[in-house]
Ligand binder design. Structure first.
Ligand SMILES: NC(=O)c1ccc[n+]([C@@H]2O[C@H](COP(=O)([O-])OP(=O)(O)OC[C@H]3O[C@@H](n4cnc5c(N)ncnc54)[C@H](OP(=O)(O)O)[C@@H]3O)[C@@H](O)[C@H]2O)c1
Length: 297
């Protein structure tokens, strides 16, 4: 199969042996795979794959199983290739309303956002939710999940205000928030604490703009605030399965969308990473292997 690989800080495409699924795994003929911050970190040499995981990047993909079923999967790596192996427990059926490109960029960001909002931060109906970094993949997922849960959602963003309002969010910051989802970095902490309601929760998921912050304990105590952080990739198979089953149950009555800013053929994976790193996008960047009958620019 052809697969993306990282060589000297660049993404190249090379021939690799087809992966062979184990007893609890499924083989997926990949139609589309999302690019994530973790891939950019892997390309830069600062986020290597965990021990025992393929060095082919790609934490999510969508495609067909050997039985022809349309699936999308959370992966420890390996999505940006013609074939990927997924743990059977980490596979979801692709909802009817999603095409391949959207499905390819769905699982990592929706699973991360769902876990951060509901399991970590205990988001409730009518809570006021602030999403910092709302125009990216996780942010757009969090906005939709929050709106679907009946929360009052504010999207904090530098771009795409109209599109985020169309998804049901306000884009003017005003008053206090019960839950703040942090997708940007430590520099936001003081402002987050200032905007947090008493008993509020800050859920830290992304630190792309810096992981250090100065914390005023007194402010934290006065607000009776809780700050939590989490990562998805480092969890056990069973823990990830739990995250996915909760997401699956929540998403069933909704038709969530994945805005795809740009799609690249697998052969142009390096360009896809460059586009992701350039910022200013809405939602996802997706790479697609070129199977017969499917063509991408
Ligand atoms: N903990 C986990 O398990 C987990 C899982 C998935 C992702 N993540 C992390 O979560 C973060 C969000 O992921 P993503 O896929 O949504 O990434 P993304 O698509 O790149 O989105 C990041 C968003 O944050 C904004 N942003 C970045 N730096 C900013 C700054 N200095 N000020 C204001 N806004 C800024 C970006 O805006 P611009 O486009 O204007 O730069 C973009 O809209 C990333 O750091 C990612 O690595 C963590």
């Amino acid at each position: 199969m052809r697969a993306a690989v990282i060589r000297d800080g660049r993404v190249e495409v090379e021939e690799r042996p087809d992966p062979v699924p184990g007893p609890d795994e499924v083989l997926i003929r990949v139609r589309a795979a999302g690019v994530n911050g973790a891939d950019i970190g892997q390309r830069a040499g600062r986020y290597p794959p965990p021990p025992g995981v393929t060095d082919v990047p790609g934490l999510e993909c969508a495609g067909e199983t050997e039985d022809g079923e349309r699936v999308m999967a959370l992966l420890p790596g390996g999505g940006q290739a013609e074939l990927a192996v997924a743990c059977r427990a980490h596979v979801l059926r692709v909802p009817e309303h999603l095409g391949w490109e959207e499905a390819g960029g769905f699982v990592e960001v929706f699973a991360t956002a769902h876990d951060a909002l509901f399991t970590q931060a205990q988001l409730q109906e009518r809570d006021r939710l602030l999403v910092n970094g709302a125009a990216g993949g996780v942010g757009v997922a969090a906005v939709q999940l929050g709106v679907a849960a009946g929360a009052r959602v504010t999207a904090n963003t530098r771009h795409h205000h109209d599109e985020l309002r169309a998804l049901g969010a306000d884009t003017e910051l005003e008053g206090e928030y019960d839950v703040i989802l942090e997708l940007v970095g430590g520099a936001n902490l003081a402002e987050n604490l200032g905007r947090l309601a008493h008993g509020g929760r800050i859920s830290i998921i992304g630190v792309g703009a810096g992981a250090r912050a100065d914390l005023d304990y007194g402010h934290l105590m006065y607000k009776r605030a809780r700050i939590s952080g989490s990562t998805l990739r480092s969890r056990t198979v069973a823990e990830k399965e739990d995250v996915l089953r909760r997401l699956e149950a929540f998403m069933r009555p909704h038709a969530f969308r994945v805005p795809v800013e740009e799609t690249f053929a697998l052969d142009r994976a390096q360009d896809a990473y460059e586009r992701f790193a350039a910022g200013g996008k809405l939602g996802k960047i997706v790479v697609c292997p070129s199977w017969p009958g499917v063509s991408f620019v």
